[in-house]
Design a binder for this molecule. Structure first.
Ligand code: AMP
Ligand code: ZN
Length: 469
């Protein structure tokens, strides 16, 4: 039987064994970006953590259906489109495209569905109708609000008691008259110059929270397995989603496991557009940082801990990726041969078991990476000791395959295979030349490789190479 996975459920505030609704399947909803600008690396930390969650579920044998929304209608997208004098769709298309480019650059696997809020207006209206029928709403000046006093479970996820509630930022910026500041808007009456939909709720547009209830239930059902996002989503966004979904359907629970990623911070403050303390992925790539190092950094700290972003940290991640690459390239060029210090296949299996145990423990990526580095240290020792024999090599390849499937941080395919082979042949030739003390030839090969952007380094473990970044 497959190993059990444990997640920290924000709802129960404890570790729980993951038990899906349907054996072997996992339904996953992850709150997506508001497509009004390029995402910053704080957003991407959450998306990378969710990618690791998705990959882990798959590696543990679950068929995953992941849905991630694109918020393409809200105050910010409307303002951005108006400022440029283009349609909302044209404006948001641009940043949706950029989002897909960015996640591809970071090796984030594609979700099964990327619904856009503006394509789900009828489903949102239907939810509001059901809420009306069940007495959860009231209208004021053409807008429809959720009366949270009608939902006794309100506040269970966040621990915020309704009488202590301050208006959440999203609600606040919408600038609506409210009968009660703690209630939130479901459907907003049209304002002059803003996009609107003509619906049975009147002329208007949806509130932000409503879209996630509509799109998650559309694809995953009225009760589904996992809902994830950043910790800033807990209140009011996810609290409101629960009130909307359970209030409309009567089906409890809307979500079985709530997972929240802690923030990426800069000098103790959340990285955010409004604070101006942000870097986009593009900013970092322009400064010469590699996607793999950025991905490594983003997942190196377990998702429930804050990640303090520094360039020093990014440099450290770069070195870690280099070390992994060096060992893997060395391995790729060593013929199978069992030396004195051959790798014990049993040890490789034990390591991969540790790796799985770390991931099953609420996605402990830091522990999983430590296991990987220990394994690769053993690999280097075995190569120093004369090589790795066939059976151990097969186990090792399987282990590395699993690491790559789950974390996606091995620089294995950064160089095309044929080019790889050519470089390897030249590196070998240079090693032979050095052994024969033909330093002129050795230097000529180094220069030739240098022209191709390959940097050589002679280490006590032999010559390693990497591509200039
Ligand atoms: P937004 O586009 O603001 O709705 O954010 C998209 C996702 O990024 C949400 O899941 C947020 O919780 C998450 N997020 C925003 N800022 C940060 C940050 N500094 N660190 C980690 N995640 C963040
Ligand atoms: Zn959401």
């Amino acid at each position: 039987m497959a190993r059990a996975i444990f997640f920290f459920n924000t709802m129960s505030r404890r570790l729980e064994e993951f038990q899906p609704r349907e054996a072997g399947k996992a339904g996953l909803y992850t709150c997506g970006p508001t497509v009004y600008n390029f995402v910053h690396i704080g957003n991407l930390r959450t998306f990378v953590c969710e990618d690791v969650l998705r990959r882990t579920l798959k590696a543990f044998g679950y068929a995953v259906t992941q849905v991630q929304n694109l918020t393409d209608i809200d105050d910010k997208t409307i303002r951005g489109a108006a400022a440029e004098g283009v349609s909302l769709r044209e404006f948001t298309d641009r940043y949706a495209r950029a989002f897909f480019e960015d996640i591809e650059t970071l090796g984030i696997e594609r979700a099964e569905f990327y619904p856009r809020a503006t394509d789900f207006i009828p489903q949102m209206v239907a939810i509001v109708r059901r809420l009306e029928e069940r007495g959860h709403t009231y209208t004021l000046d053409g807008s429809t609000y959720y009366r949270i006093a009608t939902f006794p479970a309100y506040g269970r996820l966040s621990g915020i008691r309704p009488e202590e509630v301050l208006v959440g930022a999203r609600v606040d910026t919408d600038e609506y008259e409210k009968e009660d500041a703690r209630d939130f808007v479901l459907w907003k009456a049209a304002k002059p110059g803003e996009p609107y939909w003509e619906t049975e709720l009147g002329r208007g547009r949806p509130g932000w929270h409503l879209e996630c209830s509509a799109m998650s239930m559309h694809y995953l059902g009225e009760s589904f397995d996992i809902h994830a996002g950043g910790v800033d989503n807990i209140f009011p966004h996810h609290e409101n989603e629960i009130a909307q979904s359970e209030g409309a359907t009567g089906v409890v629970p809307f979500v079985r496991y709530w997972l929240h990623a802690e923030h990426l911070v800069v000098e103790g403050q959340k990285m955010s557009k409004s604070l101006g303390n942000f870097f986009t992925l593009r900013d970092l790539l322009e400064r010469g940082h590699s996607p793999l190092a950025i991905r490594y950094l983003l997942l190196s700290v377990p998702y429930r801990q804050k990640l303090n972003f520094t360039f020093e940290g990014l440099k450290g991640a770069h070195s870690a990726v280099e070390r992994l690459g060096n060992t893997l390239r060395r391995l790729a060029t060593s013929p199978p041969a069992g030396g004195d210090g051959d790798l014990d296949p049993g040890l490789v299996d034990a390591m991969i078991d540790d790796f799985d145990a770390a991931m099953a423990d609420d996605l402990n990526t830091a522990r999983a990476l430590a296991t990987l580095h220990t394994l690769l240290t053993r690999v280097n020792q075995a190569l120093d000791g004369g090589g790795i024999s066939g059976p151990a090599r097969a186990r090792l390849d399987a282990a590395l395959g699993r690491v790559q499937q789950v974390l996606g941080i091995l620089p294995t395919d950064s160089v095309p295979a044929e080019e790889n082979a050519e470089v390897v042949a030249l590196v070998r030739e240079r090693e032979a030349a050095r052994a024969a003390r033909d330093f002129a030839r050795a230097d000529a090969i180094r220069a030739e490789l240098g022209q191709r952007g390959i940097v050589l380094e002679d280490t006590p473990h032999g010559t390693v190479w990497h591509r200039k970044t």
